[in-house]
Ligand binder design. Structure first.
Ligand code: GLU
Length: 440
């Protein structure tokens, strides 16, 4: 069975960068009829916050990225301890004592000598007596001893990867205070939860190399890994600093529609064309991870709005009825309102401005040369209930009386009634205009 997981740390909100990871893992599981796990990576008690756990769930629910079960790393510390014991017993763990400053100094020296800044394994050379003394003085932490051979895997996006373990520092898996670090916890979870496919960002490629050795040492099955390229801004600039404003809740706040966002993210950076999907099933069907490329992927939040508009324009009234009711549009006019304005909104939020215009009327825009024309036209407005036919009848009468036609006839009327040069079809809008309806 195919099992994937999305494994956010609850230290912030989900943004477009990790949405990509979540979506790809979700789509792979759903396409295979497998299982999608939401794994909360909360082993760091200082940085993990419950409010972010809730927020992550809300954001995924908003998008319809449903999970089959939730796992929390903070509830699995015993399993990690057992794995650590096993690795210690196998001689794959060793205790080290360098402070961050000492490590930094070592790295600088190595770089000055033109060598790669790889941990020198000084901890391995310490005698028991030296270790006892250091432990008493500053406490020790634990590294995993990599086998210094090439680590290879066939990546679902990058293709064949080969990394020389000698060029990678032995990863720290347990901190001095006993806290298990992400790499060990993740490997234990992936192994014990039967995770078959792991998609994550290209910033994890080196982690993957070390994780493969740890999985093998623990006797686990190495999942199929795939590393997607990182997103950049529209000019290719690093997105990391701006991710704070690209949180899913900000996009939701700005009116981006879930299916527009998902359709976009499911194709961004792939050789498949961008297609707006209105159904999740179609998104799942049309997804193929092997079509994604390794080049950094440009992301421009502005691209989400035309797609959101396109999505909305195709929605039936039922899909927006609640939003329209919430604006206070009377039920009898709600559907006519939607039909009149649906092509003229970019997000649902724009409905409010159209309703305001209909209810309150607009500040008329009347050019000096149109003053008389508008006065004459207003006097000709059909009496009684305005209907879908009224605009046609009215403009025909105005044309007859004034001799105007085409743009010279229609545009001044539109501007007088809406204050704008563009907008909904006037035939549909006219019967809704409350100000006109209330005329004496
Ligand atoms: N919590 C890790 C992160 O957010 C998970 C990485 C992984 O998918 O293994 O980077």
């Amino acid at each position: 069975m195919t099992t994937t997981r999305f494994a956010p740390s609850p230290t912030g909100y989900i943004h477009v960068g990790n949405l990509r990871t979540a979506l790809m893992n979700f789509l792979i599981a759903r396409k295979a009829g497998g299982e999608f796990i939401l794994r909360i990576d909360d082993t760091d008690p200082e940085r993990s916050k419950e409010e972010y756990v809730d927020a992550i769930k809300q954001d995924l629910e908003w998008l319809g990225l449903t999970w089959d079960r939730v796992e929390r790393q903070s509830l699995r510390l015993e399993q990690y301890e057992a794995a650590a014991e096993k690795l210690r017993g196998m001689g794959r763990f060793y205790e080290v004592f360098e402070t961050p400053t000492e490590l930094d100094l070592k790295r600088k020296k190595q770089l000055n000598m033109g060598n790669p800044p790889v941990y020198d394994r000084a901890g391995l050379a310490l005698s028991e007596a030296e270790k006892d003394a250091l432990r008493a003085e500053r406490g020790g932490y634990w590294r995993f001893k990599l086998d210094q051979e090439r680590i290879e895997w066939n990546d679902g996006i990058i293709g064949d990867v080969s990394i020389d373990a000698a060029s990678v520092s032995d990863p720290v898996l347990i901190r001095a205070d006993g806290q298990v670090l992400y790499t060990l916890a993740s490997v234990v979870d992936d192994t014990e939860m039967g995770v078959t496919n792991v998609v994550r960002g290209a910033d994890h490629v080196t982690n993957t190399a070390t994780q493969i050795q740890i999985i093998e040492a623990l006797g686990g099955k190495v999942p199929q890994f795939a590393h997607h390229s990182l997103l950049t801004g529209p000019q290719g600039e690093a997105l990391s600093k701006r991710l704070g404003v690209l949180a899913l809740r900000d996009l939701r706040e700005q009116g981006v529609e879930p299916m527009a966002l998902l359709s976009f993210m499911a194709r961004l950076g792939s050789s498949d064309p961008l297609e707006l999907r209105t159904e999740m099933a179609d998104l799942i069907d049309g997804f193929d991870i092997s079509h994604f490329g390794t080049a950094p992927t440009k992301f421009d939040v502005a691209d989400l709005f035309p797609l959101t508009a396109k999505y909305l324009h195709a929605q039936p009234f039922a899909a927006v009825a609640d939003d329209i009711a919430a604006l206070g549009v009377p039920a009898a006019q709600a559907e006519a309102f939607w039909n009149a304005v649906c092509e003229n909104i970019e997000t649902r939020k724009d409905l409010a401005a159209w309703w305001l215009l209909i209810r309150e009327g607009a500040e008329p825009v009347i050019d000096a040369e149109d003053k008389e024309f508008i006065a004459e036209a207003m006097a000709l407005l059909p009496a009684g209930e305005l209907t879908g036919e009224s605009w046609g009848a009215w403009t025909a009468a105005v044309k007859e009386a004034t001799g105007r036609k085409g743009r010279g006839l229609f545009m001044p009327l539109r501007k007088a009634l809406t204050g704008m040069e563009h907008g909904p079809d006037m035939g549909a809008l006219l019967p809704l205009l409350q100000v006109i309806k209330a005329r004496g």
